[in-house]
Ligand binder design. Structure first.
Ligand code: SF4
Ligand code: SF4
Length: 284
């Protein structure tokens, strides 16, 4: 294995280029819009924005959870901002986003888990940009399934919930989450007939057989779309990178995944949950 301190060449950040990207970049700067693509300094901005895809985070930027891989601040979140759905819908419209990915922090502090703002945001985007397709990267709502259903009722084109890691590492990586509860959330989503998606980060110390087991579990839960990407440590206080997974290994996982029965698999070092998100809308 490669020394964890040294990032391998295949993870070098790509410089965002292209006419479409420059256009969106201009709109974002002009209107001071806020995206996760930018605040997370995502290496795929050139490609995604060029393809009309962008990711927005709602319900504030402080999370009630403290997953060991995640750069989002933990603590007591601010009060819910009821104007947020309109603001996000306005950004989507200004940026002319074709495929909009929405995610949120976990709001275990409020009764509805944030599901009311979630549903209002989706409805506001539908109202302002009726041709924009929506992908929602949802929390597990602590297993309060009424809250999940409230969001599913808005019928986003794709619903994802990330398993993030394999069963064996879940406790270490996502202390307040549960592997089986995540599977249950996915199962309930898939049962409503919506396109269902999940993602796993690799390089946290999982073994090949762990990944294959996770694939089987996700298929069993009815998941159609799988993303696999390299975990990168946001700061030295976060979970260390245990392995740099070679691009060939990502390619094998993709092959296995498709053979096992996923309809679409995006697997590679720079793959993020929303990477090429617009593609599987048409390819499945
Ligand atoms: Fe934005 Fe996701 Fe694309 Fe990164 S992968 S640029 S966060 S849409
Ligand atoms: Fe980060 Fe989500 Fe975990 Fe919160 S629940 S710490 S936002 S990964």
């Amino acid at each position: 294995a490669i020394q964890p301190q040294r990032k391998p060449d295949w993870l070098r950040v790509r410089l965002p280029v292209g006419k479409e990207y420059a256009h969106v970049r201009g709109l974002v700067d002009e209107h001071k819009l806020h995206t996760i693509c930018e605040s997370g300094n995502c290496p795929n901005m050139g490609e995604c924005w060029g393809a009309g895809t962008a990711t927005f985070m709602i319900l504030g930027n402080i999370c009630t959870r403290s997953c060991s891989f995640c750069a989002v601040a933990t603590g007591r979140p601010l009060a819910v901002d009821t104007d947020e759905p309109n603001r996000v819908a306005n950004s989507v419209k200004l940026m002319q986003v074709k495929h909009c990915v929405i995610t949120s922090v976990d709001r275990d502090d409020i009764k509805d888990g944030g599901s009311i703002i979630w549903a209002e945001t989706i409805n506001a985007i539908r109202r302002e940009s009726p041709d924009t397709t929506l992908e929602t990267l949802l929390p597990d709502f602590r297993g309060i399934w009424d809250n999940l259903e409230r969001v599913l009722e808005t019928r986003p084109e794709v619903v994802s919930h990330n398993l993030e890691t394999v069963r064996r590492l879940t406790r270490e990586v996502r202390i307040q989450a549960k592997y089986d509860r995540s599977l249950e959330a996915l199962k309930r989503t898939s049962a409503t007939g919506l396109r269902t998606k999940s993602g796993i980060m690799l390089g946290l110390g999982e073994r090949e057989e762990d990944v294959l087991e996770a694939m089987d579990d996700l298929l069993e839960a009815g998941v159609h779309i799988l993303t696999l990407g390299q975990y990168l440590q946001p700061t030295r206080n976060h979970h260390p990178v245990v392995d740099w997974i070679h691009p060939d290994q990502f390619a094998s996982y993709k092959e296995w995944g498709l053979k096992k029965g996923f309809r679409y698999v995006e697997s590679g070092p720079l793959v993020r949950s929303s990477y090429h998100a617009e593609k599987h809308l048409f390819e499945m």
